[in-house]
Design a protein around this ligand. Sequence first.
Ligand code: RNT
Ligand code: ZN
Length: 420
Amino acid sequence: MNQQDRILVNYDNARAEYAEYGVNTDKVLEQFDNISMSLHCWQGDDVTGLEGLGDVESQNLVTGSYPYAAKTGDELRSDIQMAFSLSPFKHKVNLHSMYAERKNPRNDLTIEDFRNWVDFAKEHGYGLDYNASFFTHPMMNNGFSLACLDKSTRDWWIEAGIDSREISLAMGKELGQKCFNNIWIPDGLKDIPVNRYRYRELLIDSLDKILGTPYTEEEHQYAADVLEGKVFGIGTEAFVVGSHEFYLGYAATHNCGVTLDTGHFNPTENIPDKLSAYRPFVRDLMLHISRGLHWDSDHVLIQDDCLMTIMHEMRMGNLYGDVAMGLDFFDASINRVACWAIGLRAAAKAVLASLLEPVNLTDKAEVEGDFTSRLMLMDEAKNLPMNAVWEYMLMKKGIAIGQDALAEIKKYEKDVMATR
Ligand code: RNT
Ligand code: ZN
């Protein structure tokens, strides 16, 4: 049997099997097409950026020495296109200010510094998300930016933050899609602070200066501000100024939003559980979907329990289309286009799995207090033939299936990446 016939036969059987659980796979495939995912550009060059700053200390530790990292905007965009060609998710690209392609300083940028990116997005119908890069720059002061004790350092980064909101709004308007402006700062201490209050007061003051005027309802169609906390980072083990509680409190009282990065919590914390806890209280919520291992780490996304459960929670809370989803990981030890493709495909499969879940049955059991049925059905459903639906979807979209996708990456590596 050829591959196409096999996929069609499998899909027919899968449709029947899911129907026994009350799930309509054809409808699920339609729902899937309305769900959007943002791809982080920074996997392609190990969070280096295009500014040519030379050897500055990095606040995002990337390990590995796989060759062929993208060095120019064109190479990065070409690699992104390659990754998108292997994925049903190709909606948005997430940028950092370090990916500006003109030589203006980071505290004096406009949308024109990202013209190539905006044109690229327009040409392919993508949206953009944005971040000011508060790291890997000579103006970082012992790892501090917006919470630095030194006023001139803070002021410089406040300017970068103010510009980032204008850029995000301009991008959102030009592309007709909401642009999420994410703020993550590494500011923190390796060892125990005496006065935590001082740093947090300074960060509140800096955020007030950047976010003082929340987006109007009209502007909010095109832009949203989100604050990304962290439990600790490499070199900031004792204290991170922008912790989760700090940002949740700030966002809830200042009409802005929060980003939950799945790699930024204590390893035993249940991150999927946080969606329903955060969503009622903040204007916007964004996910940076990563894979944490033990401590601060940004491993390539795969279908682990955390990812699958996040998408379950997204579905149950009706959060698709409401909570922004973006990927965030960086691995320099394997092919970087493969990193993106693996992560995009894993995220897409997790979304598909969430839509295929027979929650009509499990949720009914929960409401009726029949927890026996709930548990049994939840576990039985894990082995329904999701892959048959997945392959059918890829085939219809003309996207490489299984090992064929790997072959395409290898070919791209040989024909394009290796010539750099
Ligand atoms: C770092 C944060 C942040 C970065 C990017 C580069 O710990 O996760 O989102 O990954 O901004
Ligand atoms: Zn992140």
